[in-house]
Design a binder for this molecule. Structure first.
Ligand code: SAH
Length: 233
């Protein structure tokens, strides 16, 4: 099971059954997910499960998302190759690696330094050079490099932080899980001038977004304390 060839085979099966077999139709995305070695982004003891249909622990109490969710969120961004993308929640770096092959450049931010360092070294090892990993609280975005044509948040937020949405360029797309433990939905926001078209996609289960515009420990557990919400426009 542990050799490269067998990883390649199970990766092909993953793409066919879990992605193309559901509603992932973007052929560039399918090709990239067939190419990027997901097993290198998980701790060694989980490598045999790297192409299973679920999330896996990556340390620091965090998880790498289910491959289907990575694909679904990426597909919603409709990347064509020339975008600047912001990801909040680097985690393992796997989602950033996928984005790096579909856009021009990726800024990804992570609050846990050890996760950021590990992600950086796996990305470097794969020769991926258009991803910048920053250690910081990304709950209010990364103003220094705004605007972004696409923003992806891979941790559940109490609401859509306005500061983050405002870092989208006109026509830009933001994908974000919103809600508390056990009651989240994936949302897509599309910027139209000063307005944001907003659509709910599917129920999801993410670890909490922390930091200034994220969940406090207490509110996450009680499900109370909604953060700043954009108007439902
Ligand atoms: N996209 C990741 C999975 C992320 S899990 C992957 O492909 O593996 C969510 C990550 O968001 C965790 O690593 C967590 O530490 C990080 N996170 C949570 N709140 C954050 C914040 N305010 N700023 C930056 N990172 C945050």
């Amino acid at each position: 099971m542990a050799d490269q060839k067998s990883f390649e085979n199970v990766r092909k099966v993953m793409v066919r059954q879990q992605l193309a077999g559901r509603n992932i139709t973007d052929s560039r995305l399918l090709a990239v997910m067939e190419h990027i070695p997901r097993h290198l982004f998980v701790p060694e003891q989980y490598q045999p499960a790297a192409y299973d249909d679920g999330p896996l622990p990556i340390g620091c109490n965090q998880t790498i998302s289910q491959p289907y969710i990575v694909a679904l969120m990426t597909q919603l961004l409709r990347l064509t190759g020339d975008e600047r993308v912001l990801e909040i929640g680097t985690g393992s770096g796997y989602q950033a690696a996928i984005l790096s092959q579909l856009a021009a450049e990726v800024f990804t931010v992570e609050r846990h330094e050890v996760l950021a360092e590990n992600a950086r070294s796996v990305l470097d090892g794969l020769g991926i050079s258009n991803v910048k990993v920053l250690v910081m609280d990304g709950s209010a975005g990364l103003r220094a490099h705004a605007p972004y044509q696409a923003i992806i948040v891979t941790a559940a937020a109490p609401g859509v932080p306005r500061a983050l949405a405002e870092q989208l360029s006109d026509g830009g797309r933001l994908v974000i899980p919103v809600g508390g433990e056990g009651q989240q939905r994936l949302e897509l926001l599309v910027r139209e001038g000063e307005r944001f078209r907003r659509r709910q996609i599917v129920p999801v289960a993410f670890v909490p977004l922390r930091g200034e515009r994220g969940w406090s420990e207490q509110d996450w557990e009680t499900g109370l304390g909604l953060g700043e919400q954009l108007d439902g426009s």
